[in-house]
Design a protein around this ligand. Structure first.
Ligand code: FE2
Length: 376
């Protein structure tokens, strides 16, 4: 048998996989006021507006703003009448992530395969054309009211999709966000196994990590998490469910505030987390507070890193190390009024994990501070 390079190997696997994912195509948020949300993601997160659809482009029932930063594409959509599905979704869940869309070479085959493997169809393959070419879109249902659209766009060279016009917007100042690193879903107790097996069976993902209740626990709360990854390692989908504990975990709080399962956070990758977080803080993005105690133990816990400790402590950036390297991460506050969707900013320096060491170190640091106040 002829030797093949690792790259060739991946191509061979992809060629024989009837449902090959080519990474994320876009993430669509259904929000109460897409115009203002677009302004927030442009000014605070540094996204650049690239496309718009609405009454002016022949779309009568909704408006959508498409924004990009390097390889990340967000679509922000609002409905225009009181009984519109987007308006009802927003009334129930608050602003939230409706669609995590994947790029595929053939959306019809992807949809048929997924449905054959047990996915619930949401929208059968639909061909859409304009003067820039054609796309095929097909959508399956996932946890809660979340969906996954398969996007086939090889024969399209317009902005985003047919029906969209180039955005008329002033230039933005990017903050260095480059790709979507992972997309985390929160599901009800007992749902983690079911949704893990859904992604294994339907999309051909494999289990990458499993975090037990004991690993992600404080004295008061816990959660469980499984991480699914595609063959290329580009699509990483952790699924959380609340664990046992005397108090209500953050997952249980999300499920109540979102009125169901849904996307809890998107992790956005940067090559320069210090520059990215400094810029976002200057623009008013709020991040979770990290107690000063967290940094006292940090050099002993994670060893040498290239970034100055002072900058990490000043900005509240967390550090974790695994067998392959280290990672830097930080979490925003929820970006809407309900305690639901938030973002993680992550810089990977070899590490492939998700910051398990930080769950404990961060929670323990919080509890040490509580203890000093006499509240633990
Ligand atoms: Fe994360």
């Amino acid at each position: 048998m002829a030797a093949v390079s690792p790259g060739k190997d991946i191509d061979l696997v992809m060629a024989s996989d009837p449902l090959p994912l080519r990474g994320y195509d876009f993430v669509e948020l259904w929000v109460g006021n897409a115009k203002q949300a677009a302004h927030y993601y442009r000014t605070a997160f540094g996204f650049h507006p690239v496309a718009y659809a609405g009454p002016e482009t022949g779309v009568r029932d909704r408006v959508s703003y498409v924004l990009e930063q390097d390889r990340i594409r967000f679509v922000l959509t609002s409905g225009l009448d009181p009984d519109h599905e987007v308006v009802r979704h927003q009334a129930r869940h608050g602003d939230g992530i409706r669609d995590v869309a994947f790029a595929v070479p053939d959306a019809t085959t992807a949809f048929e395969q997924a449905v054959q493997r047990g996915a619930k169809p949401h929208q059968a393959p639909t061909r859409r054309r304009d003067e820039h070419g054609e796309v095929v879109l097909a959508t399956i249902e996932a946890y809660g009211d979340t969906v996954h659209t398969f996007v086939e766009r090889e024969r399209y060279d317009g902005v985003h999709l047919p029906g969209f016009a180039p955005a008329q917007a002033p230039a933005s100042q990017p903050v260095g966000l480059r790709t979507i690193d992972h997309v985390v879903g929160n599901v009800h107790p007992g749902g983690m196994e079911a949704w893990t097996s859904f992604y294994e069976r339907v999309l051909g993902l494999s289990q990458f990590r499993h975090f037990t209740e004991e690993e992600i626990a404080t004295a008061d709360t816990s959660l469980m998490s499984k991480v699914l990854v595609d063959r290329r390692g580009e699509v990483k989908l952790p699924i959380n469910e609340p664990g046992e504990g005397p108090k209500r975990s953050q997952i249980a709080e999300f499920l109540e505030a979102y009125d169901g399962a849904g996307v809890q956070h998107l992790a956005l990758a940067t090559d320069d987390i210090i520059g990215t977080v400094r810029a976002m803080r200057e623009r008013g993005v709020g991040f979770l507070d990290v107690p000063a105690e967290y940094y006292e133990q940090l050099p002993q816990r994670v060893g040498d890193v290239d970034e100055p400790w002072d900058d990490l402590a000043e900005l509240g950036i967390l550090v974790d190390r695994d067998d392959e390297g280290y990672l830097l991460q930080i979490f925003t506050e929820p970006v809407q009024d309900r305690p639901t969707v938030f973002y993680e900013i992550i810089q990977r320096e070899g590490a492939t994990g998700f910051g398990l060491g930080n769950f404990k170190a961060l929670f323990e640091a919080i509890e040490r501070a509580q203890a000093r106040r006499g509240n633990l």
